[in-house]
Design a protein. Structure first.
Length: 327
């Protein structure tokens, strides 16, 4: 359009729209999460209504910078659905789950901030309950027992899973293999801190086979080695994991082996798990079963049953039913 003087204003408006529309098309922000609540009797023998799996809400997004490069971010928090409180209110930060910003390209993804370590971000794939269920998950009770990822990460108290002031890298998948790294450039000044934390993961996932090997060290020198595998056949999957954690300060050791399986029948998924842990000289066992019924792709009804037999403690059973909705 030729911009004669009477048309200057229209030209300016059209030019502004032409410049801004591509920017809108090349960026995205979304809100997602999982809301979960159930009625259950815990291992303490108390009847409760609350979160059985972990409820969370996250804001994430990206901007296409051109040339195959994207800016990415994620802000996530966890909450207790029965009260509306944030998980660990007063101890854990509000953005407890994740607060990162980074870049993504053909070479992989780099993020900085607070997030799950490389090991904790991927181990859930080898537990029928995704290391996520307070009643039935063997992983929840037996993995990584002596190695908090950040001993001082929650306002001075231990954090199991995440590190503050972290750098996180995920490589592209090559021939089924993915390399994942996390570390902090900061050296903690707290009493007993001996170095910077790091986590290294090599993951394989192709066709019916998935596997993972991980090594993690926290700032106190506690170390964790983790090895797991999964085999999928038809509607079933079996998974095996071994976790070894060592507390440097107390020279304590935990060796845990877990076995799990899932079987899908239409909208129903059956689950079973077993865990055996050797904690110093004590032996702990865990057995669980459960079932999920998918009302839709996002909404699930489930039932869980778990039994713990810890050394020097009588056998205890927990059970419950709940509902989760992903969005």
């Amino acid at each position: 359009m030729r911009c004669n003087p009477p048309r200057l204003l229209a030209c300016a408006v059209l030019g502004t729209l032409a410049a801004t529309v591509p920017a809108w098309a090349q960026s995205s922000v979304s809100i997602n999460g999982l809301l979960d609540a159930g009625v259950y009797r815990g291992f303490d023998g108390v009847n409760q209504l609350g979160t059985i799996q972990r409820s969370n809400v996250a804001i994430s997004g990206f901007e296409d910078l051109g040339g195959g490069l994207k800016a990415v971010f994620r802000l996530g928090t966890r909450l207790e659905l029965d009260t509306g409180n944030t998980e660990g209110a007063g101890v854990k930060p509000f953005w407890h789950d994740e607060s990162t910003v980074g870049l993504q390209g053909s070479w992989g993804t780099v993020r900085v901030g607070r997030a799950l370590t490389a090991m904790w971000a991927q181990d859930w794939k080898f537990d029928p309950w995704a290391n996520f269920n307070r009643i039935a998950s063997p992983a929840w009770y037996q993995w990584h027992a002596l190695t908090p990822s950040d001993p001082f990460g929650n306002n001075g108290t231990a954090e199991y899973g995440r590190i503050n002031n972290g750098i996180f890298y995920d490589s592209p998948q090559i021939a089924g293999f993915t390399l994942r790294l996390s570390a902090s450039p900061e050296r903690q000044t707290a009493l007993g801190a001996t170095g910077r934390p790091y986590s290294v993961v090599v993951e394989y996932d192709r066709q019916a086979v998935a596997a993972m090997a991980a090594l993690e060290r926290n700032s106190l020198g506690d170390k964790n080695a983790f090895l797991a595998g999964k085999y999928r056949f038809g509607s079933a999957a079996v998974m095996l994991a071994h976790d070894f954690s060592r507390n440097a300060a107390n020279v304590s050791e935990s060796r845990a082996t877990t076995l799990g399986g899932t079987y899908q029948m239409g909208a129903t998924t059956l689950k079973a798990g077993f865990g055996h842990q050797r904690l110093n000289q004590d032996t702990n066992r865990f057995v669980s079963v459960g079932a999920d019924y998918a009302l839709s792709k996002r909404t699930t009804l489930y039932a869980s049953l778990g039994n713990k037999r810890d050394a020097h403690v009588e056998s205890r059973t927990a059970f419950g039913v709940g509902m989760s909705h992903a969005f």
